[in-house]
Write a protein that binds this ligand. Sequence first.
Ligand code: HXC
Length: 257
Amino acid sequence: SEFETILTDVTDGVATITINRPKALNALNLQVLTDITDAATAFDADDSVKAIIITGSEKAFAAGADIKEMSSLDFATAYKADWFAGWTRLTDVRKPVITAVGGYALGGGCELAMMGDILIASTKAKFGQPEINLGVLPGMGGSQRLTRAVGKAKAMDMCLTGRMMGAEEAERSGLVARVVEPEALLETANEIAQTIASKSRIASAMVKEAVNTAFETTLEQGLRYERRLFHSSLATNDQSEGMAAFVEKRDPNFTDS
Ligand code: HXC
C-alpha cells in the first residue's frame, strides 16, 4: 500500500481506513495524520466512493496523539507549525464519515472518533481525554466537540479527571450513536455505510452540511440555512427521481445529479 500506518479498502462504494500501528496502540503521530487525511481526501474526490469508515483494532481505535513524538515538542515549533491543524483536512471531507471504535479511544483517539459524522462503538470501547495526566489539555477538539456532544457536566468531568467512559455511558451521554457487540462492529459500520451509499450523494452531503451548521450558528440562521438547502435540493435529478419512485411504488435509482 502507498500508506505506512493505515490500511485502505474500497468495496461497493464504501471506503475503509484502518489505523495500523499496533505496537503503539495506534498512537497518532504525524505520519498517521498525513496518511489518514491524504486517504480521506482522495476518497472524498473519488466518484466511486459514497461513504468512508475509519476504524482501528479491537484493542485500540487510537490511544491518543503520540506521546513520544510530543515529549520534546516546544511552544515555538508547535505554534509555527500549528500542530494538529492538519486534521481539518479530515473534517473538510464532504462525504459521510463513520468512525467505528473497538477499544481505547483516548486523547487524540477520542478526538479523531468525534471528527466523524456517525460514531459507533463496541461494548468494549473506552473513551477518555487523559491529557490532564500529562500536564496538558486536549488539542484536537476534545474540549470543544466533547462539550457539544455530552454537555459541560460530563466534558468537565472527563477532561479534568482524565477518567475513561465506557460504551454504555458514552451512548447514554450522546457521544455515540450505536453500541454493538465487538464482533458486529465492522459489519454494523458497513451496513450503515451501505445504507448511506444507496442514497443520493447530493442529499447526504447536504444533510451533513445542515447538521454541522447546527453547531456553528444560532437557531434562526441554522433554520434559514436548512431551508435554503432544501430549496436547492429541488433542483436535483435525484429529487425528481426519489419522489417519482415513491409515487410509482418502486425503488429510486439515484444518479448523484
Ligand atoms: C505513544 C503509546 C501511546 C501514546 C500507548 N503507547 N499509547 N505511545 N503515544 N499515546 C505505546 C506504549 O508506550 C507501549 O509501547 C505500547 O503502546 C502498548 O501500550 P501499553 O501502555 O503497554 O498498553 P496497556 O498497558 O494495555 O495500556 C493501554 C493504555 C496506555 C491504557 C491505552 O497505553 C495509555 O494510557 N496510553 C496513553 C493514553 C494517553 O494518555 N493518551 C493521550 C495522549 S495526549 P512500548 O514501546 O512501551 O511497548 C493526546 C492529545 C494531546 O492525545 C493534545 C495536546 C498536546
